[in-house]
Design a protein around this ligand. Structure first.
Ligand SMILES: Nc1ncnc2c1ncn2[C@@H]1O[C@H](COP(=O)(O)OP(=O)(O)OP(=O)(O)O)[C@@H](O)[C@H]1O
Ligand SMILES: [Mg+2]
Length: 255
């Protein structure tokens, strides 16, 4: 059984891509076979992982694969092998998908159909979501039925999390299924008053049901990204490896 995880928060710049790359790297480092799917039309993970050329390439790509259901494409045709894990890159054409999927048949089930057609058994699939609530994020939530939530340790996260939880609930009701919240990744935490207050709020609000991890603001995370790898494959040591390893261990237990 492949465990699939959507890394989602519709608020922009909270660390979805950083979390996706480093959780995928941590899982791979622990011996798991991992596929990272870049579902964000911005293609940040794709570019970060050194696949900028593919982002601009012609079909077949993830955008064309999601745009049709007449003939489910073989997702293996759009998988790129990297040293740490495999990647399904985003494509610039994906910017029109939100519009194209509106009113289309099974518009929220496209990614699930692609996953069903995967002919290789990964241990984990990790999906980087766009900073919006729309068809693409719905596709990720429905296809994965597991969500890992990155959020900044600042007041604006409260409303963002309420909105995300409402969306998760609406998919659960619409499709009569359960989506598991796997944990909250408080990201880019700096030790100041607001962050400390928010960490307390996260613990009070979620601590009984979910693990709350703390990823500090670290330039090593940016440098690894700029080198096309997770911190686990980056030459520089970082204290955040231990935190991402803990997240991976938890995912191995529950996802
Ligand atoms: N823990 C961290 N330490 C230092 N820099 C970080 C950290 N987390 C994220 N960043 C930086 O902050 C910026 C936003 O992070 P990231 O791209 O992961 O967020 P995102 O939620 O994926 O953004 P978007 O909503 O645009 O997809 C990036 O430049 C990233 O390198
Ligand atoms: Mg991103």
């Amino acid at each position: 059984m492949t465990s699939k995880i959507a890394v989602s928060n519709q608020k922009g710049g909270v660390g979805k891509t950083t979390t996706t790359i480093n959780v995928a790297g941590a899982l791979a480092n622990q011996g798991q076979d991992v596929l990272l799917v870049d579902l964000d039309p911005q293609g940040h993970a794709t570019e970060g992982l050194g696949l900028a050329d593919v982002y601009e390439s012609s079909e077949p790509h993830l955008g064309s694969a999601l745009a049709t259901i007449d003939e489910v494409p073989n997702i293996s045709d759009i998988v790129y092998s990297q040293d740490e894990f495999d990647v399904v890159p985003a494509n610039v054409d994906m910017f029109t998908l939100e519009t194209d999927l509106t009113g289309a048949m099974r518009s929220r089930e496209r990614l699930q159909l692609l996953f069903d057609a995967l002919d290789y058994d990964y241990d984990f699939v990790v999906v980087d979501c766009p900073p919006s609530l729309g068809h693409l994020t719905d596709n990720a939530l429905l296809a994965c039925q597991n969500v890992l939530i990155p959020a900044l340790a600042e007041g604006t996260s409260i409303r963002a999390l309420e909105i995300l939880y409402d969306q998760i609930e609406s998919i659960e009701q619409g499709y009569d299924l359960q989506i598991n919240e796997l944990g909250l990744v408080a990201n880019r935490v700096e030790h100041d008053g607001e962050a400390a207050e928010m960490m307390d709020w996260f613990d009070d609000t979620f601590g009984d049901q979910l693990p709350v991890w703390e990823i500090r603001k670290r330039v090593a995370l940016k440098r690894a990204w700029n080198n096309g790898v997770s911190i686990f494959a980056h030459e520089e040591d970082s204290d955040m490896e231990a935190e991402f390893a803990q997240i991976a261990t938890h995912l191995e237990e529950v996802a």
